[in-house]
Design a protein around this ligand. Structure first.
Ligand code: ATP
Length: 319
């Protein structure tokens, strides 16, 4: 297995007495599109600033490309392109001229401008002043600026924030293309799982400075599946409980005449019904509730006090 492109070890940060990060262990695999998720104020931008050396950790370490950031700052940053919050653009200049300013500062070849304009699909609008650009176009120009030096790693803070559905779709296609056709590893933050779940390969969920989940999207989907339930209405609650427990079912709650039972798939309803009826329980209601990814995300970030945990890579972290 190749070493992660970004890894942090027990990364800790506070603004004065306000604790922001409490021992963050991120692992971003090479070649991934890693969605760094968390509600507003969770500490995502702070983490990104720490990854780019714009803030100094109170404790812990940052490694990029397998090298310690503190010792290899300049060569590391040459391999990274970043966009933090809204890109800083000269609004009276055209998109092309904004790129030209940055190109000169970086001492790059002139042809790179047309290359990045083509990648972000802004050739048609390259000569229009940026003040006439939509938010989605500004975001794409911000990505073009980050791409100028042809970095291996892109770090993007909320690239879909404020975009309408078509802007989100365009951004999704662009990020996938950058990943699959141009070989970029992409680390992006968002506070909305729904905006990025179709784009990312990996997810890290941050809440109150702690990583609640880190792993492949499919693992999060598996968590959602295993969190699905059947609600059963019965005439004899005690007998129903006994039968279900004896057959290995997990009962989440039971009150009045209703039981909530954890299931892997909808098809288990028929089996469970048969089991109860044959056991002498009359079933008057049976309904299935699948948990969506969004519900899993919300359940991991809901407002409740949780004990700090040390993150394990690619595993579900207990709240
Ligand atoms: N310069 C600062 N001084 C003091 N507190 C700050 C500073 N910058 C951010 N914070 C606080 O740190 C916490 C984390 O902020 P951060 O911007 O990292 O969160 P975030 O997850 O990126 O949120 P959002 O999605 O709203 O941008 C918030 O409570 C914020 O108010």
């Amino acid at each position: 297995m190749t070493a992660p492109l970004i890894s942090t070890h027990q990364l800790t940060y506070h603004y004065g007495s306000l604790q922001i990060l409490q021992g963050l262990n991120l692992e971003v695999p090479k070649g991934s599109i890693y969605g760094f998720l968390g509600p507003n104020g969770a500490g995502k931008t702070t983490t990104i600033r720490l990854l780019l050396g714009l803030l100094k950790p109170a404790a812990g370490t940052v490694e990029l490309f397998g090298q310690a950031f503190v010792r290899h700052r300049v060569p590391i940053l040459q391999r990274v392109g970043a966009m933090i919050e809204t890109p800083s653009l000269y609004r009276h200049l055209s998109g092309k001229d904004n790129l030209e300013v940055a190109r000169r500062m970086l001492g790059l070849e002139k042809k790179r401008i047309n290359q990045v304009l083509e990648i972000v699909r802004l050739q048609q609008d390259a000569h229009r002043p940026v003040k006439h650009y939509s938010l989605g176009m500004c975001q794409r120009l911000g990505i073009a600026l980050a791409l100028l030096s042809d970095p291996e790693l892109l770090i993007l803070d909320e690239p879909t924030n404020g975009l309408d559905p078509s802007g989100i779709r365009e951004m999704r296609e662009l990020l996938k293309e950058l990943n699959q056709e141009h070989g970029k590893t992409i680390f992006l933050s968002s506070h909305l799982l729904s905006e990025i779940e179709k784009t990312v390969t990996h997810v890290g969920i941050l809440d109150k400075g702690l990583l609640r989940f880190q792993g492949r999207v499919e693992q999060l989907q598996q968590t959602a599946l295993s969190a699905s339930t059947l609600e059963v209405e019965v005439d004899n609650l005690l007998l129903a409980r006994e039968l279900l427990l004896a057959n290995g079912y997990q009962i989440i709650s039971s009150k009045k005449q209703r039981l909530r039972v954890a299931v892997q798939e909808k098809e288990e309803a028929a089996h469970l019904n048969q089991l109860l009826v044959l056991g002498g329980v009359s079933v008057s209601g049976l309904s299935y509730a699948a948990q969506s990814l969004e519900e899993v995300f919300l359940s991991l970030t809901e407002p409740q006090v949780a004990e700090p945990v040390n993150s394990l890579s690619f595993s579900i972290l207990p709240a």
